[in-house]
Design a protein around this ligand. Structure first.
Ligand code: GLC
Length: 502
C-alpha cells in the first residue's frame, strides 16, 4: 500500500510551519479550500494512493479561539482549564517549573492580563505560539474525537500523530530537574514529567478505537522521539498506533556496524508487539541526508541541541551515500518513508538569508541555530530558474530555491536514466515485486567488515559497501539495481540489489 502524508494543512499563522493550528476543521487559504482537499482525496484514491494527515493535538495555535477565550477569561476561569495556566514562582516573576521548550529556552510564557499587568504563565513545550492543551480536561478529548471523525468522514486513510509523547504530563507539573540552559533531550529522557508519560497511551487507544470503528483499512502513525526501541514499541501495541517513525534509524551515522545494530534492535523491539518496522532517512525536521552523509559527522543533528556549525559537507560524497542509503532503506522489511525531494537527491539549502529564516528555533536560540528551513525549500519541478514550476512565474514561494537547481528538477531527472529520481522509481517498482513477497524476515550474510549484506525471501539480496575500497561482487548473484555503476566490484558507498544464484 502506498500513501502520501501531508504535514498540517489547516488554517495557521505559521509560527511553526503549520504545527500551530488555528482551526482543525479547515484548510489554510494558502493551500486551498476544503473542496480542494476533497478533490485531492478523490484523486489520490483513484490513483491507488492513501492519504495520511497530521493531527497536532498536544498544542493549538495561540490564535485558536480556545486560547483567545482563555486569555480573555482570566485566571481561575473554566476557559483557562483547557490549557496549563499557572501562577509563577517567586511572586509570579519566575516560571512555574523548570521545563524546557523543544525550540530552546523555558517552556513557559507570562501573559498580560486584561488590566494590562503581567499575570499567569502558560505552558508550551514548543514555541510560545503553541500553547499546550491539558488532556485531563474532558472537553479536550471530546473535541479531538470529533475532529478525528470529521476527517475520517471526509475519507482520510490515516493520521500522523504529532509530538505524541508530549500529550500527557505528570499531575502537579513537578520540576524535571533540568539544569540551567538545558536542552530538549527527548531521546535520552527517562521518567521525565513532561515526556513519554504513561497517560499518553490512553489518548492513542481512544483514537485507535475510533479508527477501528470505520470500514476499510487505516494507518495511524506516531511521531514518538523517545528513549530507544523498547519505549517506542509501547506506542505500537496492538490497540494503539499501527506504526511509528524510526528515529534511531533516521539519526544513525553512515556506519555499517551502527546501522546493523539499529536495524536489529528495531526489528527485535517491534516483534513482541507485532508491529511492522519503519525506515526513514529524512524529514521536514532534519537535515537532508544527501548533505548530512557528506559531513564528517554523518548522524542527524537538527533541533535545539544541534551544533551551531555542523561543519562542511562534500555534496558528491553525500549524494553517493544517499543513493546507497535509499536502496538499503527500501530493501528492509516494513514500511519506508520518502521525504519529498530526497527522490531528487536534493541537498540541504544551507545559505538561506537570515532574514528569511522562519523556523522558531532561529529566534529561540538567540540566532545561533538556523533550524529546519533548509530541508523545507520547495521542490523544483521544471525549467531553469526559480520558482522551477512550483509557483506561477514571478510568484515567490515561502522560501527561495537555489538558482542552480535546474539540473535537479523533476523534468530534467525524468529524462536522465541515471538520475536519482529514476533510481527511486526503479527501486519502488522492484520493491513492490520482489520484497513485498519476501515476508518480514531478514537474514544477515557475511560480506566482510563494513559491508552490509542481507537476504530476504528465497533470492532477494541487498549489499551495501560502507568501506573506502571496492569489494568483490562475484558469486552474490545477478545485479537487479545499483546505486552507482559497478561491474564485478562493488565500489565504496554503493548499494546493489541482487537475485541470488540458483
Ligand atoms: C513535530 C513536528 C515538528 C513540529 C513539532 C511541534 O516534531 O514534526 O515539525 O515543530 O512537532 O508541533
Amino acid at each position: 500500500m502506498d500513501a502520501v502524508w501531508l504535514t498540517p494543512w489547516y488554517p495557521s499563522p505559521m509560527a511553526d510551519g503549520g504545527y500551530d493550528v488555528a482551526d482543525y476543521r479547515g484548510i489554510d487559504p494558502r493551500f486551498g479550500t476544503l473542496a480542494d482537499a476533497d478533490a485531492l482525496l478523490a484523486e489520490a484514491h483513484a490513483l491507488g494512493l492513501r492519504v495520511v494527515v497530521d493531527l497536532v493535538a498536544n498544542h493549538t495555535s495561540e490564535q485558536h479561539p480556545w486560547f483567545r477565550a482563555a486569555l480573555a477569561a482570566g485566571p481561575g476561569s473554566p476557559e483557562r482549564e483547557r490549557y496549563f495556566f499557572r501562577d509563577g514562582r517567586a511572586d509570579g516573576e519566575e516560571p512555574p517549573n523548570d521545563w524546557v521548550s523543544a525550540f530552546g529556552g523555558p517552556a513557559w510564557t507570562r501573559v498580560r492580563e486584561a488590566d494590562g499587568r503581567p499575570g499567569q504563565w502558560y505552558l508550551h513545550l514548543f514555541a510560545p505560539e503553541q500553547p499546550d492543551l491539558d488532556w485531563t480536561h474532558p472537553g479536550v478529548g471530546d473535541d479531538f474525537d470529533a475532529i478525528l471523525r470529521f476527517w475520517l468522514d471526509r475519507g482520510i486513510d490515516g493520521i500522523r500523530v504529532d509530538a505524541a509523547p508530549a500529550m500527557a504530563k505528570v499531575p502537579g507539573l513537578p520540576d524535571a530537574g533540568h539544569g540551567p540552559g538545558a536542552s530538549f533531550e527527548s531521546r535520552t529522557w527517562v521518567g521525565n514529567p513532561h515526556w513519554d508519560v504513561e497517560e499518553v497511551h490512553d489518548i492513542l487507544r481512544r483514537w485507535r478505537r475510533i479508527g477501528d470503528s470505520y470500514d476499510g483499512d487505516r494507518v495511524f502513525v506516531t511521531e514518538a522521539v523517545v528513549n530507544g526501541p523498547e519505549r517506542l514499541s509501547r506506542y505500537v501495541r496492538p490497540d494503539e498506533m499501527h506504526t511509528s517513525f524510526n528515529f534511531d534509524y533516521l539519526t544513525c551515522p553512515w556506519d555499517a556496524a551502527r546501522l546493523r545494530s539499529v536495524i536489529d534492535a528495531s526489528l527485535a523491539a517491534l516483534a513482541p508487539v507485532g508491529a511492522p518496522a519503519t525506515w526513514v532517512l529524512s524529514s521536514h525536521d532534519e537535515t537532508r541526508h544527501a548533505t548530512r552523509f557528506g559531513r564528517a559527522d554523518t548522524s542527524a543533528t537538527t533541533g535545539a541541541g544541534a551544533p551551531a556549525d555542523p561543519g562542511p559537507a562534500d555534496p558528491a560524497l553525500g549524494l553517493r551515500r544517499a543513493r546507497a542509503a535509499a536502496l538499503l532503506t527500501l530493501a528492509l522489511p516494513g514500511s519506508a518513508y520518502v521525504y519529498q525531494g530526497e527522490e531528487l537527491g536534493l541537498p540541504e539549502v544551507e545559505d538561506l538569508p537570515e532574514e528569511l529564516l522562519q523556523d522558531p528555533t532561529w529566534e529561540r536560540s538567540g540566532h545561533t541555530v538556523r533550524g529546519r528551513d533548509g530541508c523545507r525549500v520547495p521542490l523544483p519541478w521544471e525549467g531553469d530558474r526559480p520558482p522551477f514550476g512550483f509557483t506561477a512565474p514571478g510568484v515567490a514561494p515561502w522560501l527561495p530555491q537555489p538558482a542552480g537547481w535546474g539540473p535537479l528538477t523533476v523534468a530534467a531527472q525524468r529524462a536522465d536514466p541515471g538520475s536519482t529520481l529514476n533510481l527511486y522509481r526503479s527501486a519502488l517498482r522492484l520493491r513492490r515485486r520482489v520484497t513485498a513477497t519476501a515476508g518480514n524476515d531478514l537474514e544477515w550474510l557475511d560480506a566482510g567488515d563494513g559491508v552490509l549484506a542481507f537476504q530476504r525471501g528465497r533470492s532477494f539480496r541487498c549489499l551495501v559497501n560502507l568501506t573506502a575500497s571496492s569489494r568483490p561482487l562475484a558469486g552474490w548473484g545477478e545485479v537487479l539495481l545499483a546505486s552507482a555503476p559497478c561491474d564485478d566490484l562493488l565500489p565504496p558507498d554503493t548499494a546493489v540489489w541482487v537475485a541470488a544464484p540458483g
